[in-house]
Design a protein around this ligand. Structure first.
Ligand code: HSE
Length: 429
């Protein structure tokens, strides 16, 4: 049987998972592909650091050139992460005619289109299923199973760390700081958690999901990004009283022939599928014009789940090698990106405010709403000190221009003590 030699860069949790899955599932893989897969060489930073990994006859080296210049290795798996020198190494491998499988969302979100073009010019495959929502097979599914349906929206909980923190805040009533500490103790959150909690990790995933769903190349500047750092226990409790769960949701949707994309905390109605996605789990909902809503749920990270997605890419490349069909883009849907106008994007909003607890103050707030043509759907005064009231409001649908006007009007009003603490979209039932 033909043996395909695999090279790898990085041997952390995902890399060890890839090695283990290839060793454990050898028979099934060869039954399906007609080839045996063998990890020949792994490039790591420090070769003495990986004594607990079962390597068998796999060769460890810290010299990338040994992998780059090995003509026996047609497929290289990149699980080392980071942008530099990863980008340069992947480019060098593609120029040498090697097929690349990567789990690197930051790199694909920022430089994916250029790397894909480079791969295509050199007749190579570049696949990155594991870059979005770890173990959920979402990218190949969108590319292969929705090619004829018009996707109108892709949205989801695509960051496990923030979902874990919000679940703890909501179920155990703890503060953001306490939930973050627990996530760090359990190894979900990094020591510097900014990339996750500020929403950047989710935004990179939404860039890639938008490419597959709408063919558009968004950059990080095309998305409004808001993280979870300012979500308070009071808002989580008040949202629950209104019948919602607060989640960090990435949304990318068509508005006519334009795209609206953002990552922000939103109120998800209890009883709808995204509200039930808890702890570090992820879920992506794809809405097609023909098929309607389709939900994909599973682990968004972790060694073996992510390794399963990497293996699905390796096996796709292997099949392409056997059939001599390499060199096609992983996603070949391409459309010009046009950003949706703020007045065309409307949602209901949950607002949390403080104001003086004195007669006439509510009338002033109502006037701000009336001036921009916004209306109240629900309104509750949640607590009051001697002089301060806390107000929770769900508005009727407002467009993004009205929301900006509302924020500006309340900002100017701050001397008079109506302050806006939070403004979160409310998803429909
Ligand atoms: N840090 C990510 C998360 C996993 O918490 O979901 C890798 O993308």
């Amino acid at each position: 049987m033909k043996e395909i030699q695999i090279g790898m860069m990085g041997l952390g949790t995902v890399g060890s998972g890839v090695l283990k899955m290839i060793q454990d599932n050898e028979d099934k893989i060869s039954n399906i592909t007609g080839c045996r897969l063998h990890v020949k060489t792994i490039v790591v930073h420090n070769t003495s650091k990986h004594r607990n990994v079962s390597l068998n006859d796999t060769y460890l080296t810290s010299n990338f050139d040994e992998l780059l210049n090995d003509p026996d290795i047609p497929i290289v798996v990149e699980v080392m992460g980071g942008i530099h020198p990863t980008n340069e190494r992947i480019s060098a491998l593609l120029k040498k005619g090697k097929h690349v499988v990567t789990a690197n969302k930051d790199l694909i979100a920022t430089n994916g289109p250029a790397l894909s073009q480079l791969a295509s010019r050199h007749g190579c495959d570049l696949m990155y299923e594991a870059s979005v929502a770890g173990g959920i097979p979402i990218l190949r599914t969108i590319a292969n199973s929705f090619p004829a349906d018009k996707i109108v929206e892709v949205k989801g909980i695509v960051n496990g760390t923030t979902n874990y923190i919000l679940t703890k805040m909501s179920q155990d009533g703890v503060s953001y700081a306490a939930a973050l500490k627990k996530a760090q103790d359990l190894g979900f959150a990094e020591t510097d958690p900014t990339n996750d909690v500020a929403g950047f990790d989710a935004a990179y995933k939404m860039i890639i999901l938008s490419q597959f769903s709408f063919g558009t190349r968004l950059t990080i500047d095309d998305l409004h990004i808001e993280g979870i750092q300012n979500i308070s226990r009071e808002d989580i409790q008040q949202a629950a009283a209104f019948g919602y769960t607060i989640k960090l949701v990435g949304i990318s949707r068509l508005v006519g022939d334009k795209v609206f994309a953002d990552v922000a905390p939103v109120l998800v109605p209890n009883g709808t599928p995204l509200a039930t996605v808890n702890n570090e789990r992820n879920a992506v909902m794809v809405t097609g014009q023909a098929v309607g809503d389709v939900l994909f749920y599973g682990p968004g990270a972790g060694g073996l789940p992510t390794a399963n997605s990497v293996l699905s890419d390796i096996i796709s490349v292997t099949k392409n090698l056997v059939l001599h069909t390499t060199g096609h883009l992983f996603n070949n849907y391409q459309q010009e990106f046009k950003s949706a106008a703020p007045e065309d994007v409307a949602y209901r909003y949950y607002l949390s405010l403080t104001m003086r607890d004195v007669p006439g103050e509510m009338m002033r707030l109502a006037k701000v709403f009336a001036d921009i043509g916004a209306g109240f759907l629900q309104i509750v005064q949640t607590s009051a000190t001697a002089k301060q009231a806390r107000l929770a409001v769900v508005t009727h649908k407002m467009n993004q221009r009205q929301l900006a006007q509302l924020k500006a009007a309340l900002d100017q009003n701050s001397n008079n003590s109506i302050s806006l603490l939070a403004a979160y979209k409310v998803l429909p039932n």
